[in-house]
Design a protein around this ligand. Structure first.
Ligand SMILES: NC(=O)c1ccc[n+]([C@@H]2O[C@H](COP(=O)([O-])OP(=O)(O)OC[C@H]3O[C@@H](n4cnc5c(N)ncnc54)[C@H](O)[C@@H]3O)[C@@H](O)[C@H]2O)c1
Length: 335
């Protein structure tokens, strides 16, 4: 039996790292069939819409999509394809694990934190964008719903239970943002007792940022609203050696888009030095989502072996290997 997977290579370093990851998935020979789709700049360059209908249809009909990064022009041009895909497909949970890869240079040796970020609401929902004509005033509205908070907090607790994790920490700013963050915290407090096998704590976001830097091992699963989750998950990526190692999954009902946390890295695009590991670990999350845990584990073992040996590393990990050479090393260690 074959499983169709939509692949969006994206732009910038996207096509390079996607090709690397597909070569590894193909070597695993687990019955996946890859169907490419366009979105963002590459779609516009072909004279298509930013997110063509065909792409939306293809993603909706696939149980999983593997997506490369897509550039969003700053302050002008089109709005984020990533945000639009999440909103249009109702991908409400953004799951970003930060797990130490032995051998990767980082400040801590044993990080294992999962950030569960609400993916659709808050300040990223694009509600009420306004710039006054005189350029003096700008506004943006944050909308948080009880339904959205309930869905993400339940998801985080259920994930913690499924993975045998000990604690969920709700990250908020309810002392200042009493309406939005207050609602999120109220919902988290209400739901926590339903999961009495998982611990619960709450923490204010600024303290959380400091604690993550000073004492990250006190955290297990973090659940938070959209903006806080975006920032804190990059911080967590920094704890394990940088964006090149940080995968993410956007999850909805029966749908998932799996991607690296990082962006299109235009500064290194086309140089054959991008690290494909984050997208590869996202592919491992995708395999797990599809029930292929053994193949997911083979990917993680290969990454740990290659990075741990320290011989063939891309520049972001302190080496001088090309994307192609690093991918070859991974393929050699795919047991
Ligand atoms: N999900 C997505 O598609 C996504 C996510 C974040 C940012 N973006 C977009 O990407 C563009 C660039 O964003 P940015 O520069 O702020 O962040 P970025 O993540 O692209 O790059 C930040 C830094 O990390 C490095 N880096 C990132 N990924 C790397 C990798 N795999 N290997 C080696 N080095 C890597 C880059 O070279 C750069 O120095 C923006 O248009 C942004 O909107 C897209």
């Amino acid at each position: 039996m074959t499983t169709p997977i939509t692949v969006i290579p994206g732009d910038g370093i996207g096509p390079e790292i996607t090709a690397a990851v597909l070569s590894i998935l193909e070597a695993l020979d687990c019955g996946l069939v890859f169907e490419e789709a366009l979105a963002g700049g590459p779609a516009l360059a072909e004279g298509l819409d930013l997110i063509p209908d065909a792409t939306m249809k293809q993603i909706s009909n696939s149980v999983a999509t593997l997506k490369g990064p897509i550039t969003t022009p700053i302050g002008r041009g089109f709005t984020s394809v990533n945000v639009s895909l999440r909103q249009q497909l109702d991908l409400f949970a953004n799951v970003r694990p930060a797990l130490t890869v032995p051998g990767a240079t980082s400040r801590y040796a044993d990080i294992d934190i999962i950030v569960v970020r609400e993916n659709l609401e808050g300040l990223y929902a694009g509600v009420g964008h306004m710039r006054s004509d005189d350029g003096e005033r700008a506004e943006l509205t944050s909308v948080v719903t009880r339904t959205g908070c309930t869905r993400i907090v339940n998801y985080a607790f259920a994930l913690a239970r499924r993975l045998g994790r000990k604690k969920v920490t709700a990250v908020h700013k309810a002392n200042i943002m009493r309406s939005t963050s207050g609602l999120f915290l109220e919902v988290a407090r209400d739901i926590a007792p339903n999961f009495d096998d998982v611990g619960f704590e709450e923490i204010i976001v600024d303290n959380c940022a400091m604690q993550l830097v000073m004492n990250p091992n006190r955290f297990d699963v973090l659940v938070t609203t959209n903006l806080f989750g975006d920032v804190l998950s990059d911080l967590c990526a920094g704890l394990v050696g940088g964006l090149g190692l940080a995968p993410g999954a956007n999850i909805g009902d029966g749908l998932g888009i799996f991607e690296a946390v990082h962006g299109s890295a235009p500064d290194i695009a086309g140089k054959n030095i991008a690290n494909p590991t984050a997208l590869l670990l996202a592919a491992a999350m995708m395999l797990e989502h599809l029930g292929m845990t053994e193949q997911a584990s083979r990917i993680r073992v290969a990454v740990r072996t290659v990075v741990g040996s320290g011989k063939v590393l891309t520049p972001d990990l302190g080496g001088n290997a090309s994307t192609a050479a690093y991918t070859e090393a991974l393929l050699r260690h795919l047991l």
